[in-house]
Design a protein around this ligand. Sequence first.
Ligand SMILES: Nc1ncnc2c1ncn2[C@@H]1O[C@H](COP(=O)(O)OP(=O)(O)O)[C@@H](O)[C@H]1O
Ligand SMILES: [Mg+2]
Length: 270
Amino acid sequence: MKQLNIKDLVFSYDREVNAVDGISLSVNQGDYVTIIGHNGSGKSTVAKLIIGLLEAQSGWISIDGTALTPENVYEIRNKIAIVFQNPDNQFIGSTVRDDIAFGLENRMMEPELMDAVINEFSARVGMESFLDHEPTKLSGGQKQRVAIAGALAMNPEILVLDEATSMLDPKGRKEVNDLVHELHTKNAMTILSITHDIEEVTMSDYVVVMNEGKIYMQGTPQDILQRTQELIDLQLDIPFSIKFYEALKRQGLDVNTPYDIEGMVAELCQ
Ligand SMILES: Nc1ncnc2c1ncn2[C@@H]1O[C@H](COP(=O)(O)OP(=O)(O)O)[C@@H](O)[C@H]1O
Ligand SMILES: [Mg+2]
């Protein structure tokens, strides 16, 4: 049984244009799925539908075989943690410690365990010395680190990341990616990550490319790379494709692309 099933999902904010326009997707437990696509293609809307913040106009979502309804949304949310695109919308606690604790209290964690978990995860994201700070006064990157620590501390079955590392520098992003990967592997945590980070895409099991509310293509990172011209046509621009190719090569993957990538690089560097 698939852990997450999405079938013919449709959602419109204005009842005129569909922000999500008939999406179907199945995710196995323990998969690491990345979702890419240009701005406005409906990625964040899909994430909000999965956690029941928005209700689909048609189609359905099921998690572990249970269809998501307004009645069971809180129960299903116990299995899922999300890190939003803008961390400012996410903080509830008046300190970093309270904020991480809030999620754990919601999951009924024993108070004796809580301190250890908060200390561990704040340290894993390098924020252990900020536990008594006000989240709203942190920098964007620090806020993202705290939001990720809070989500990971809950040890969810499914972790949804919506451009969760966009404000980190490449080094910080790599540290957080490595941590997410470690927990994904160790705990078979399913990851659904909306990202512009090519390194992360190449390390995922499966890539979904969205365009105008629809899934435009999907496949393994290698499959998607073979379709360079389509990525270019989607305005995921030439540098994106080249970076993708270079990143796959760095991973030591055998990539045969029918396109003249070296030629494209030469052209760009002119
Ligand atoms: N709260 C909202 N109200 C109205 N329209 C919205 C809202 N949020 C997103 N949209 C529109 O829905 C479409 C999909 O947006 P979104 O899911 O945020 O895309 P992405 O995350 O891929 O950038 C866009 O056209 C966007 O303008
Ligand atoms: Mg978005």
